[in-house]
Ligand binder design. Structure first.
Ligand code: FEO
Length: 137
């Protein structure tokens, strides 16, 4: 679900590394909730979700700075997509997770994995050629 695929590559090392890290954090959380040992993992889940959110914000800021630096004209639209995603993450209710740790967290992870894949392949790939042509790799 959170596996890096070569088709995700934006041909920009820093961006690819950040996307890989994002997928890694998602994968760690996914492995955590797949565990069926019955142990209460609420604190660990919340910690991983927090890390995912913080790293996502870091990545979005870094990507937006790069687009801004080179005058990418789709910046505003791209920023909107980033904000929408952060809003969705902020809407996650701790109580729901506490009541059904595996089920709710898996639902959240499926949403996040789908979003990341679609966003990289559609939105991020729109700036790929533009930045590559500016000599950014
Ligand atoms: Fe790589 Fe626009 O997020």
């Amino acid at each position: 679900m959170f596996k890096w695929r070569e088709i995700y590559s934006c041909n920009i090392e820093e961006v690819d590394n950040q996307h890989k890290r994002l997928l890694e954090i998602g994968s760690d959380l996914s492995n955590l909730v797949r565990n069926k040992d019955g142990i209460d993992r609420y604190d660990e889940i919340m910690e991983h979700l927090g890390e995912l959110k913080n790293y996502t914000i870091y990545h979005f800021n870094s990507e937006e700075e790069l687009m801004e630096k080179y005058g990418y004209e789709g910046l505003d639209e791209h920023k909107k997509a980033h904000r929408n995603f952060i809003d969705k993450i902020n809407e996650i209710h701790c109580k729901d997770i506490d009541e059904d740790q595996r089920g709710v967290t898996m639902e959240i992870l499926i949403f996040i994995a789908d979003w990341i894949e679609n966003h990289i392949l559609k939105d991020d790939h729109r700036y790929k050629d533009f930045l590559n042509e500016k000599g950014v790799f």
